[in-house]
Design a protein around this ligand. Structure first.
Ligand SMILES: C[S@@+](CC[C@H](N)C(=O)[O-])C[C@H]1O[C@@H](n2cnc3c(N)ncnc32)[C@H](O)[C@@H]1O
Length: 160
């Protein structure tokens, strides 16, 4: 397991640039969820992935760790509140884990970024929807993700 993931799971804490700690859970997905998602990504041989909802980067770490050795692997993450609500800790955790180079991050709402990805003809193997947990937001996320996924691609919706 990646050391950064292990550290967060062991302590239950994330650390900002100044060394201040914050609880990682329940915002972040659990170890079991992350492991299961990683197994799905492995089985699929996924290399083009996306998530809505970066937060402290726990799901991002699991996804990037699973795709890191695939040719041309890229992960897209969308979250409008990384700076304002999460002190940039998600991106910092990706840097600490040496996985930041795999990530294209967009600090904007998913309903603004997903249509642009569709227009750009992005094609994905896998998407995690874990952004705003309101029906209309999750529904719009699914609407666009469904169009961006390749045939046979997999979508995972938190909290299922
Ligand atoms: C439950 S947290 C994500 C947890 C993360 N997936 C993990 O397991 O480590 C939900 C995230 O959705 C983000 N979010 C809220 N509204 C959003 C929107 N309109 N578009 C994209 N992300 C949004 C929040 O800023 C927050 O980081």
């Amino acid at each position: 397991m990646n050391r950064a993931i292990h550290q967060i799971q062991r302590t239950g804490l994330v650390v900002d640039r100044d060394g201040d700690e914050q609880p990682a859970f329940p915002v972040s997905m659990s170890a079991e969820e992350g492991q299961e998602m990683g197994e799905v990504l492995d089985q699929m041989g996924a290399r083009r992935t996306l998530e809505v909802g970066l937060a402290y980067g726990m799901s991002t770490l699991h996804i990037c760790e699973a795709i890191r050795d695939k040719p041309d692997a890229r992960h897209i993450a969308i979250d409008p509140f990384q700076t304002t609500e999460f002190d940039g800790i998600g991106l910092l955790n990706l840097e600490r884990a040496r996985l930041r180079h795999l990530l294209d991050f967009y600090e904007e709402p998913s309903h603004e970024r997903l249509p642009k990805l569709l227009s750009a003809r992005v094609e994905l193997d896998f998407a995690l929807i874990d952004g705003a947990h309101l029906f209309d937001c999750a529904f719009v996320d699914f609407f666009y993700v469904d169009k961006i996924l390749r045939p046979g691609g997999v979508v995972c919706m938190d909290d299922t």
